[in-house]
Design a protein around this ligand. Structure first.
Ligand code: DQA
Length: 151
């Protein structure tokens, strides 16, 4: 059974706790706290709940996705470098069957070739890449629209 007010799990993967300090020419000056504040503002506007979590550990992200069924209606995820390496994260998303939106701060297709492949993209509703931290807001809006269209 789906919860009545949609609850969205917003996940950030490895190194995203360093936002603001990490390669600002690529990822900008905003911090993870800024990302979370923006996501929470957008969630209020849309009338949905959000829970934001970050981990550097693939297993922890897997545990969170695996436990999401029944509590969350969908997932917004920036998998960081796990995007390009993790079949396990892809299997977790397809395994729980919750709609997910993949977000990247940078335009991964304008960067090194190894960033052009995402293991997760084929099991996500869609992907947003290259709009800075605004991508999280667009990702949440797109997911909520998708959930409401499916009602
Ligand atoms: C990223 C892009 C990835 O290639 C990279 O490993 C990251 C951040 C982004 O948000 O642009 O850690 O997901």
């Amino acid at each position: 059974m789906q919860p009545s007010t949609p609850q969205v799990l917003v996940l950030n993967g490895p190194n995203l706790q360093l936002l603001g300090k990490r390669e600002p020419e690529t990822y900008g000056a905003n911090t993870l706290a800024d990302v979370i504040a923006g996501v929470e503002r957008t969630a209020d506007e849309l009338g949905v709940g959000v829970e934001c979590r970050q981990s550097n550990h693939e297993g922890e992200l897997l545990d969170w996705i695996g436990a999401a069924l029944g509590t969350f209606s969908g997932i917004v995820i920036n998998p960081g470098a796990f995007t390009h390496t993790s079949v396990a994260l892809r299997d977790a998303i397809s395994g729980v069957g919750l709609p997910a939106v993949e977000v990247h701060i940078s335009n991964v297709y304008a960067r090194e070739a190894f960033r052009h492949h995402s293991w997760l993209a084929p099991v996500c509703v869609g992907q947003i890449s290259g709009f800075g931290i605004a991508g999280y807001e667009w990702g949440l809006r797109a997911l909520v629209r998708h959930l409401r269209d499916a009602e």
